[in-house]
Design a protein around this ligand. Structure first.
Ligand code: SF4
Length: 344
């Protein structure tokens, strides 16, 4: 064990010491996409490999080094590892767990566009992510049908131009920040040209997964838009917030963006009061306000992460005794067909 631990540290030191810092695109292209490599790098015994292969066959593994380096070595209970390690339970098919738990396919008036709620729409700005979270409610989303070319974006943009009740555009994905900045700047420019669009919201996990994503090119288009900006990050555990993430958030805030966070309540990751309270405190230290704590969407392959609503409500009630009100996330469930998230 000691030898493997040394090898692990040595490998990471070599990567850290390599001459030129890697760009975020290079880090993304070098992300671990093989369960065997993931198990080897983290010192997980071969008994976990078969399960990891099973889960990987259903939803690809993807973990960049910048995230991997925050995971403890040879610790199957690490809360970050649990979010990214494929397991054999993903092959279970309990009743009620489906491919499209939010029934988004019924709300797509144009390619790349989802319109579920009044006054706001969601644009699938990128079909990929920098990490594949095992509980993702879009793990079966047909991204290949939702990757518009520039010409095809016009249909979605025409839809927005025609509906003056829409005030907010939400860039989503995948992870919208997995798209290149030229494409994103173009899309934001198009949105700015629609007078009734006031706000730009970006739902992203990339500044957490690869903090170097917050580079000059990103900050340039984010700084220059007339739209009010909100970035909603996705962080489930305080261990995800290291100094690089704090620095990335500081750079984002300098553009005048409001930073919020949404988490998912996950069995074995953050399903206790101490962990949730520590997460809220750490978020605030990084300049991020807790926004939502979602209960799990019943997506096929993720049932082992579920926390019952009754337990979730008890946790939130207890959490109130540990946190000031402004650090309390709202416990919600998304119910298909409802006009907003449902508080629990
Ligand atoms: S980053 Fe978000 S969209 Fe991508 S896999 Fe994770 S939860 Fe899903």
């Amino acid at each position: 064990m000691i030898t493997r631990r040394r090898a692990f540290l040595q490998e990471n030191i070599i990567i850290a010491a390599s001459k030129t810092p890697l760009t975020w695109q290079q880090q993304l292209s070098m992300a671990i996409r093989d369960p065997q490599v993931l198990c080897d790098r983290l010192g997980l015994s071969s008994q976990w490999l078969a399960g990891a292969q099973t889960g990987h066959a259903l939803f690809d593994v993807c973990v960049p080094d910048a995230y991997l380096n925050r995971i403890a070595y040879a610790d199957l209970n690490d809360p970050l590892l649990r979010q990214v390690l494929p397991v054999d339970k993903e092959a279970l098919t309990p009743p009620g767990y489906v491919a499209d738990p939010l029934e988004e396919s019924g709300h797509q008036p144009a390619k790349g566009l989802i319109h579920k709620y009044a006054n706001r729409v969601l644009l699938i700005a990128s079909p990929t992510c920098a990490i594949n979270c095992r509980y993702c409610f879009r793990r079966h989303f047909p991204y290949s049908d939702n990757a518009p070319s520039r010409a095809q974006w016009q249909e979605a943009l025409d839809y927005l131009r025609a509906d003056t009740s829409i005030h907010e555009a939400i860039l989503s994905g995948g992870d919208p920040l997995a798209a290149n900045d030229r494409q994103l700047a173009w899309l934001v420019d198009q949105l700015e040209g629609i007078p009734h669009i006031k706000r730009l919201r970006v739902h992203t996990r990339l500044p957490v997964v690869i903090p170097d994503r917050v580079d000059d090119a990103l900050l340039a288009w984010l700084s220059n838009t007339r739209l009010q900006k909100v970035i909603v990050l996705h962080i489930n555990h305080a261990n995800e917030i290291d100094q690089a993430v704090i620095d990335a958030c500081t750079r984002l805030k300098q553009t005048g963006v409001t930073l919020l966070n949404q988490s998912v309540l996950l069995r074995g990751v953050n399903d206790n009061v101490t962990t949730l309270a520590t997460l809220s405190e750490r978020l605030f230290e990084a300049g991020i306000l807790p926004y939502y704590l979602h209960v799990l969407d019943p997506v096929q392959g993720a049932a082992h992460f579920d926390v019952a609503d009754s337990e979730a409500k008890e946790l939130i009630a207890e959490l109130r005794d540990h946190l000031p009100g402004f650090l309390m996330p709202r416990l919600v469930r998304e119910i298909p067909g409802k006009g907003s998230k449902t508080p629990l």
